[in-house]
Design a binder for this molecule. Structure first.
Ligand code: G5P
Ligand code: MG
Length: 276
């Protein structure tokens, strides 16, 4: 069992990082470190960090790498004595930030990449309402508040994020394409990244939950025939998206570690074993 699970949730603005992260932290009892929520809380409290971040966040521009990396590493340091694992939501989002995690020897167990079509995202963000003091997020269509425009717990009025206007959303999506998307490749090369494709968080959630659960267990998942009729014990799968897609499969035979790339195992096998 991974004693302290450490996850990164990657994805475009509005892809559901916060929504999926909230479910993961509840399911696997993790600390949730959202770079955006942290910055918004600093902005609200008018701290030095908040004053530096305010304009850039409102314009949907990224903060300088060294600045945000220092802030996040300090937060991770605070969590180091915690028995629970952690989940990073919204950091890293540039190659330089990811490299800083490596340089600081911050180990990551899995990177969950959310792949949601941009037209779906733009529509979602138009309907997002937030309660800044608590970080609670609503959506008129997906998870509306019980009373329109009021927080369920406090009854406070809900607000829209300054960076959710359509023009700023489009600029955030462009920044994502150029600055953040290369991280998928960065973590795929390290065999850490799993992509989940779909239009809704409810569709993706069971797939993500099942995938992360495999990290929490050292027990073997399945025994079956793969190419050449060999019996293998699978200990880790790097599979699963909403659509059929698979990058690689890692297994042990005795003490020898094998890794199959997608072309080496059949769709039939995946359907039989994982129902995908
Ligand atoms: P943030 O706060 O990290 P973004 O832009 O990465 O901001 P955002 O907007 O918070 O991401 P999300 O967390 O991916 O989106 O998505 P979400 O909040 O869960 O869902 C979006 C909406 O859709 C919600 O209303 C939700 O209820 C709804 N929803 C979810 N699932 C569904 C569904 O299935 N159906 C429907 N209909 N709705 C759904 O970063 C903000 C800023 O901080 C700075 C930057 O300025 C950034 O722009 N910053 C950084 N700068 C540099 N480096 C970093 N690492 C930085 N991190 C933050
Ligand atoms: Mg978020």
């Amino acid at each position: 069992m991974a004693s302290k699970l450490r996850l990164i949730v990657l994805g475009a603005p509005g892809s559901g990082k916060g929504t999926i992260s909230s479910r993961l932290v509840k399911e696997f009892r993790l600390s949730h470190l959202s770079s955006g929520d942290l910055l918004r809380s600093h902005i609200q409290n008018k701290t030095d960090i908040g004053l530096k971040a305010k304009d850039l966040v409102a314009q949907g521009k990224l903060l300088p790498d060294e600045f945000i990396t220092r802030v996040i590493l300090q937060e991770l340091q605070k969590l180091s004595g915690d028995k629970r694992g952690w989940l990073l939501d919204g950091f890293p989002r540039t190659l330089a930030q990811a490299q800083s995690l490596d340089t600081s020897k911050v180990h990551v167990d899995r990177v969950i990449n959310l792949n949601v079509p941009f037209d779906v995202i733009v529509n979602r963000l138009k309907h997002r309402w937030v309660h800044p003091p608590s970080g609670r997020v609503y959506n008129d269509e997906f998870n509306p508040p019980r009373v329109p425009r009021k927080d369920d717990v406090t009854g406070d009025p809900l607000v829209q994020r300054a960076d959710d206007s359509e023009s700023v959303v489009l600029s955030r999506l462009k920044i994502y394409e150029t600055q953040t998307k290369p991280l998928i490749e960065f973590y795929a090369k390290k065999n850490q990244c799993v992509t989940f494709t779909g239009n809704t968080s409810d569709y993706l959630w069971p797939l993500i939950k099942a995938n992360v659960a495999t990290l929490n267990s050292s027990t073997q998942v399945a025994t079956t025939n793969v190419s050449g009729g060999r019996k293998e014990d699978f200990i880790e799968t790097v599979t699963h998206t909403g659509n059929y897609f698979c990058t690689s499969l890692i297994f042990f035979e005795g003490s020898t570690k094998y890794q199959l790339q997608a072309e080496n195992f059949s769709k039939i096998f995946l359907v039989q074993k994982y129902g995908i």
